[in-house]
Design a protein around this ligand. Structure first.
Ligand code: GLN
Length: 391
């Protein structure tokens, strides 16, 4: 008798639902304050939403060009020229349905069977299944707190002559760090020396604090021809449900990326593309105000948690801070702590161990601060009571 078991791909058969969905579902069930999955609780900028609403009613709702509306491709190129001094051409930009699609399309387009892809842990949980499903083999460089430092020796040790690609995230989810200039230079030199293509998930490029400027890897010597730069409107405009992203790369690579994209989602809703094109042209002051508002939320949650007896790591970028359980004097691993605070305090968070394929760091917990002040304050009150209950 043949088995009725599903014939699923081994990559997915034993895989749990992603931690973000799991924690959000638990928060919905229990009514917990959701500081787990990274999303703002605001509506997004009214003028950008208005363009999307108007475009839905007044412009075409049929397939836009496969690589994206010309206006959005131009807006992305102009945005990066203005904000990061890049020389990407509109033809080198492909619009995708979110950055996750851009990562998937990049891997499907560029990984040949058996190619090794170097990744840095902690890493976003989609990376490994996407690499493996694209026929690649992930080589994981495990980084550790408190510095998360990348060294040349570690890069050498984590790679081999079969390594063809680097897939990386900067600024980094979940640690909230921005890679240092010397580390980026090291990565660039490594890619050039080994003839690697770098796929750079830079969705947090605008959510960077304390006056720091984002440094895209594509701008480092030798990287222009070998980098895929990925961005996301969901993060820039606080509209994570829109799933509008893009990937930019030198023309020979961009051609391959478009071929992969055409058989994944093919296009992205045109009204949202119109709105994002307009948003990217906003004046610098808008981006500065957006960053300042999130920085104030970061500071509010950090100060509240510290006053409540938690050791909180400084966050330089992203919507996340991390609590250090060991330094807080809490003898629990991250998974246990997250399970207990959702049940006992009514707050959802994300264990950092979910970002390690093996040998996880287990004493850090990620909290999302892109929320209204009242929500952050309420979460702090609840976590303070929980902390006190342990003493
Ligand atoms: N990027 C979001 C986070 O890190 C999660 C997105 C998702 O759930 N797919 O929280």
């Amino acid at each position: 008798m043949t088995s009725a078991a599903p014939h699923g791909h081994p990559v997915y058969r034993d895989m749990p639902t992603t931690i973000f969905e799991k924690m959000s579902a638990r928060a919905r069930e229990t009514g917990a304050i959701n500081l787990g999955q990274g999303f703002p609780d605001s509506q997004g900028p009214e003028d950008v939403l208005r363009v999307a609403a108007d475009a839905l009613l007044t412009k075409s709702n049929q397939y836009p060009p496969m690589a994206g509306l010309a206006e959005l491709r131009e807006a992305v190129a102009a945005h990066y020229a203005r904000h990061q001094g890049l020389d990407l051409m509109p033809q080198e930009v492909i619009v995708t349905s979110g950055a996750t699609e851009a990562i998937a399309a990049s891997l499907l387009a560029l990984v040949r069977p058996g190619d090794e892809v170097l990744v840095l842990a902690p890493l976003y949980d989609a990376y490994l299944p996407l690499i493996e499903r694209a026929g690649g083999v992930a080589r994981v460089l495990r980084l550790t707190p408190p510095d998360w430092r990348i060294s040349g020796e570690a890069l050498e040790a984590a790679s081999s002559e079969n390594t063809r690609l680097l897939l990386m995230n900067n600024p980094v989810n979940p640690t909230g760090i921005a890679l240092r200039t010397e580390e980026l230079a090291l990565l660039a030199e490594f890619c050039v020396a080994r003839d690697l293509i770098a796929i750079c998930d830079e969705v947090w490029e605008h959510i960077i604090f304390d006056g720091a400027a984002h440094k895209p890897l594509i701008a480092f010597p030798g990287m222009r021809e070998r980098t895929v730069k990925i961005g996301s409107a969901g993060k820039i405009f606080s509209v994570t449900g829109w799933k509008v992203g893009w990937m930019g790369a030198a023309a020979p690579i961009a051609t391959l990326l478009a071929r992969a994209h055409q058989f994944i989602t093919f296009t992205t809703p045109p009204n949202l593309q119109w709105a994002v094109a307009g948003g990217l042209a906003k004046p610098e002051s808008w981006f500065a105000d957006m960053r300042a508002a999130y920085q104030a939320s970061r500071d509010r949650l950090t100060a509240g948690l510290r006053a409540a007896g938690y050791a909180v790591n400084a966050s330089a970028a992203t919507w996340f801070v991390t609590i250090d359980l060991t330094a807080s004097g809490i003898a629990m691993d991250d998974v246990t702590f997250c399970a207990r605070i959702i049940d006992e305090a009514g707050v959802a968070a994300i264990p950092i161990s979910a970002f390690y394929p093996k040998e996880p760091v287990t004493h850090l917990v990620r909290l999302c601060f892109s929320k209204a002040d009242e929500v952050l304050d309420q979460a702090v009150i609840r976590l303070a009571a929980f902390r006190a209950s342990l003493a």
